[in-house]
Design a protein around this ligand. Structure first.
Ligand SMILES: Cc1cc2nc3c(=O)[nH]c(=O)nc-3n(C[C@H](O)[C@H](O)[C@H](O)COP(=O)(O)OP(=O)(O)OC[C@H]3O[C@@H](n4cnc5c(N)ncnc54)[C@H](O)[C@@H]3O)c2cc1C
Length: 451
């Protein structure tokens, strides 16, 4: 864009890791910024599984975007869903047909799980992406124990509790390890008619190892850690069908009280609105400076962008990559304003880590590899440091120290009004093979299908 006397307007779509970093970097620069998000909060996704497994509460890992950006005088925040893009007239279209004009556009609308063409599985096997998803998962997991207790009190026995997690990436491993942990420890003393320690957790992974992006030895270590926690890890196992209370693996149908989906990536549909070329996962193919082909004023960053490193490998869909892309896009916008040449984006790998459970994690940085207690400690430190907001850091740290010494999970609330709870109990009854399947509920599931 050629410099003009008018202050240019930058629109950012998405207040996740990429969009928020872009807004922060544009603070106090000669641009007017509008950040649009359909949620009023930024979610720290790496800790969502701890909300789903009742360690943390939503407010401890999510913060209002408006509050995070309150000191950025040149940044305004709009709560709204982007439903269209008019790149020719440089306008973003919101759900209510209102339009917002831009000089520069930074698109950072993220991604969510792909059900590989079986979107109908989502009702029975929710994924984990938003706070609402985490609450729905928490509700299903805790209700499964409640239903078993109720049944045991009424009949003296109960159907086996089988938790199934599909996908052996970081989220699947974290969920499986944490559910095994609460069944074995946090809930064991509170239930009187059932022995929660008998609950089974099975993790299905299609490839021949869990945490497949890590070194072989580390993923073997993670598998052993999971098994030590009581998780049944089934590798080379593709789930081919899901129906209420059951998953099909190969030709085998397996009973499941709760099924959780933790695999596949589908970039936000906002990518399609750009009319640009995308890869199979819907990620937008971008130029070296992260702009759309032939559209120098539109940047696509984070999980939505298909960016290859020099060695041809895809830049991973992780928070540091989204943050680095945001910094690169902003730096190039500011270079434009100073009439300087743009620089290409270069990804800097900061290493990867994953936690499996209490005292168990793996960490890899180039040739440096670590596992066990110190990797777990490193995981805790990194997550506390990168969590947004001093208050949240303090709250999460306090919660973790409490949970470590007491083995208690304090956020064990089953939320919803009485009618919703009845509905959920009926839903779980179906999962145990009793009763009619109720109408799908309209909470997080409806929302997540349009993500
Ligand atoms: C459960 C889970 C655990 C993870 N763990 C880790 C981890 O441990 N380490 C790590 O580095 N990465 C982790 N990731 C990945 C990391 O969170 C993502 O790579 C990162 O969030 C990508 O940032 P982003 O800005 O591209 O998208 P996001 O952070 O997803 O933000 C997208 C934003 O766009 C908004 N949005 C979407 N569509 C619209 C629309 N139409 N209109 C308006 N707003 C819209 C959304 O509300 C959201 O706020 C995890 C992801 C998940 C789901």
């Amino acid at each position: 864009m050629k410099p003009t006397n008018r202050t240019p307007r930058v629109i950012i779509i998405g207040g996740g890791f990429g969009g928020l970093e872009a807004a922060k970097r544009l603070k106090n620069n000669p641009v007017n910024v509008t950040l649009i998000d359909r949620k009023n909060h930024h979610t720290f996704q790496p800790l969502l599984y701890q909300v789903a497994t009742a360690v943390l509460s939503p407010g401890q890992i999510a913060s209002p975007i408006r509050r995070i950006l309150r000191k950025a005088k040149n940044v305004e925040v709009l709560l709204g869903e982007v439903t269209g893009l008019d790149l020719e007239n440089k306008k973003v279209v919101l759900q209510d047909e209102e339009t917002v004009a831009f000089d520069y556009l930074i698109v950072a609308a993220g991604a969510r799980h792909s059900y590989f063409g079986h979107d109908d599985w989502e009702d029975d096997a929710p994924g984990l992406k938003t706070v609402e998803d985490a609450l729905e998962i928490r509700r299903r997991v805790l209700l499964a124990f409640e239903l078993a207790e109720r049944e045991a009190i009424q009949t003296g026995k109960h159907d086996p509790l089988n938790f199934v997690v599909i996908g052996g990436g970081a989220t699947g491993v974290e969920l499986a390890g944490a559910i095994a942990g609460i069944a074995k420890q946090a809930l064991a003393k509170d239930f009187k008619a059932i022995d929660t320690r008998e609950a089974k957790v099975t993790l299905f992974e299609g490839s021949d190892r869990v945490l497949g992006t890590f070194d072989d030895r580390l993923s073997d270590h993670a598998k052993r850690d999971l098994e030590e926690l009581g998780v049944n890890v089934r590798l080379n196992s593709f789930v081919t069908d899901i129906r209420p209370g059951e998953v099909k693996v190969g030709d085998e149908w397996i009973d499941a009280s709760v099924v959780l989906w933790a695999t596949g990536v589908a970039a936000s549909p906002v990518g399609k609105m750009l009319g640009a070329e995308t890869d199979k996962a819907g990620r937008v193919l971008v130029e070296d400076d992260l702009t759309l082909k032939n559209t120098a004023d539109v940047f696509v960053i984070g999980d939505m962008a298909h960016v290859e490193e020099e060695n041809g490998e895809l830049v991973p869909g992780v928070a540091p990559a989204a943050i680095q892309m945001a910094r690169s896009a902003v730096a190039n916008i500011l270079r434009d304003l100073k009439n300087e040449n743009r620089l290409p984006f270069k990804y800097e790998d900061k290493g990867s880590m994953a936690t499996i459970g209490r005292n168990k994690a793996i960490f890899e940085f180039g040739r440096f590899k670590m596992s066990g207690f110190f990797a777990w400690l490193a995981w805790l430190v990194v997550h506390i440091i990168t969590l947004i907001g001093f208050r949240n850091r303090l709250l999460v740290l306090t919660e973790w120290v409490w949970a470590y010494f007491t083995r208690e999970h304090t956020a064990r609330l089953i939320t919803g009004d009485a009618e919703e709870l009845q509905d959920a109990l009926r839903f779980l009854s179906v999962h145990h093979g009793r009763g009619e399947k109720p109408e799908p509920r309209s909470t997080s599931n409806a929302e997540s299908q349009e993500d």
